[in-house]
Design a protein. Structure first.
Length: 96
């Protein structure tokens, strides 16, 4: 995401990063509310997390309700996957 004074090189990447964030949260069993899927089933993320034994609550939570550690795990995994993707792309072109 672009911060003040920086311009975003690929504006379309914001939506993919947003999707990736929720995808990773679901993989980790974090019951984060995703407004994009609220019309399908409002407690879907909570049900998935409960199946994994990670969440015993009855509803989805906001990012601000998670611990710093949980948010850090998601951010770290995003970074790890982006680096892996970049390395794959570079190796395909013979740059690595």
């Amino acid at each position: 995401m672009a911060s003040r004074g920086q311009r975003q090189l690929i504006p379309e990447s914001r939506a993919r990063l947003h999707d990736l964030k929720y995808e990773i949260a679901a993989e980790f069993g974090l019951p984060v509310y995703n407004p994009q899927y609220a019309h399908i089933h409002p407690n879907a993320d909570s049900e998935f997390a409960a199946e994994l034994g990670e969440f015993t609550g009855t509803g989805n939570v906001a990012w601000r309700d998670l611990t710093s550690r949980q948010n850090g795990f998601v951010g770290g995994e995003i970074t790890k996957r982006l680096v892996q993707s970049a390395e794959r792309s570079l190796s395909e072109f013979g740059a690595l």
